[in-house]
Design a protein around this ligand. Structure first.
Ligand SMILES: *Cc1c(COP(=O)(O)O)cnc(C)c1O
Length: 429
């Protein structure tokens, strides 16, 4: 059966992008632990280098194990092509690289993963890029922030922390009108809960480190291209619409149509930036992704139960989770993520900094780590860890106030998760 004949998500997550190994019949995708591939002859090598034939040259560019994972994620997101990267942050830089030049900017949501905020403010500066941050709940404000140098909009489908769900359809309309792509970080939702391309996204980026791998083993990233953006419609994207000097004058959009962005990301992005995923990492993620739907359904079901229990607890001031009726994002969550809004939420305690530290220290089932999207339940008190360099005011603005604790709910028995929280809340009271 080809990928195109498979419809169900559960089928695609097990089969898409792979077939029994043509050399050995191996049922599982082999780990092709090789850096290079023997050319059939000089002609074959020339065709590969000219992009006239698709094949393997060198593992900084392509590798069969990594390629299988890219094709699997592409199928789950409903894209035209995909490229894996060494981390989620690498995927973000790689996604923007073909679109940007010195002096250009992106308009991004104020609600972003902390590391992304740092990348967009600090690293961008050194590339001559800039970023304007806007509240993406307000599409008119997003539109107003776009200028002639804007080359992309960027947001997360489900933004963490804060239980925010972005109205991707509304933002995609703004991007369309401006003739620029919408890039969506779909890490917190995963394609099981949200498929941003169906809501108008041009590019989807992932930290595969999180739910796609699912068990906290390897870092990785992925860019999925919808294949729907017309890069030649304006002169804004010369790397894709005009002869590219970095690849002996090929015009990617003309030569490769809907695969232009993907081929550019391999032939130039991976070749020159080298943010390549290794085949071992791809193997772990392929293993994890086979159970994505089962895990996400359980993460979501557990998070809902735990969030409801916490919301009713005396020591708790507020739970921010779009699955709760009290959330301002409840309705939009139903529209963008009809199967639920995932396993992440933040809790504001009535106690302060010390109570939160005590809670984190008292939890036994939860692991205190700087990660999310693991099978295990995880917790972090941002104010004493990731956000400890900031002032109280800055923490508050980032949604990481002194009395806020972030949870990533695992797939354990929900009664055990609740029992652990119950004893820790008592201990920290
Ligand atoms: C973790 C994360 C990233 C960064 O991914 P890495 O794999 O750690 O580089 C980006 N966005 C979101 C939403 C994340 O959770």
């Amino acid at each position: 059966m080809t990928d195109a004949q498979m419809n169900g998500f559960d089928t695609l997550q097990v089969h898409a992008g792979t077939e029994p190994d043509p050399a050995t019949g191996a049922r599982q995708v082999p780990i092709y632990q090789t850096t290079s591939y023997v050319f059939k002859d000089a002609d074959h090598a020339a065709r590969l280098f000219n992009l006239e034939e698709v094949g393997y040259i060198y593992s900084r560019l392509t590798n069969p194990t990594v390629g299988a994972l890219a094709n699997r994620i592409c199928a789950l997101e409903g894209g035209a092509g995909a490229v894996c990267t060494s981390s989620g942050h690498a995927a973000q830089i790689m996604a923007l690289y073909p679109l940007m030049e010195p002096g250009r900017n992106i308009v991004a949501s104020t609600r972003l993963y902390g590391g992304t905020y740092t990348q967009f403010t600090q690293v961008f500066k050194r590339f001559g890029w800039s970023c304007t941050f806007v509240d993406f709940d307000d599409p008119a404000a997003v539109e107003a922030a776009i200028d002639d140098d804007t080359r992309a909009l960027f947001c997360e489908a489900i933004a963490n922390p804060g239980g925010v769900v972005t109205d991707l359809d509304a933002i995609a309309k703004v991007a369309d009108k401006a003739g620029i792509p919408l890039v969506v970080d779909n890490t917190s939702a995963s394609p099981y809960l949200c498929r941003p391309i169906e809501h108008g996204a041009t590019l989807v980026v992932h930290s595969t480190t999180k739910y796609l791998t699912g068990n906290g083993t390897v870092t990785g990233g992925c860019i999925v291209d919808s294949g729907k953006f017309d890069w030649s419609a304006s002169d804004k994207f010369p790397s894709l619409s005009q002869p590219e000097p970095a690849y002996h004058g090929i015009t990617f959009h003309e030569a490769l149509g809907p695969m232009a962005f993907t081929f550019h990301s391999i032939a130039i992005g991976l070749r020159d930036l080298g943010m390549t995923m290794n085949p071992q990492a791809a193997h772990y993620t392929l293993m994890g992704i086979e159970t994505l739907s089962l895990r996400m359904a359980k993460h979501t079901e557990n998070a809902q139960k735990v969030a409801e229990w916490l919301e009713a607890h005396d020591a708790v001031e507020k739970v921010t989770y779009a699955g709760l009726k009290s959330s301002p994002y409840y309705e939009i969550g139903k529209k963008i993520c009809p199967r639920g809004t995932g396993g992440l939420f933040t809790v504001t305690l009535k106690g302060g900094y010390d109570t939160c530290v005590k809670l984190v220290n008292s939890l036994k089932l939860f692991s205190h780590v700087a990660n999310l999207g693991d099978t295990r339940s995880l917790v972090i008190h941002s104010a004493s860890t990731t956000h400890r360099q900031l002032t109280d005011e800055q923490r508050e603005a980032a949604g990481a106030g002194n009395n806020v604790v972030r949870f990533s709910i695992g797939i354990e028995d929900p009664d055990d998760i609740i029992a652990d929280l119950d004893q820790a809340l008592k201990a920290s009271a």
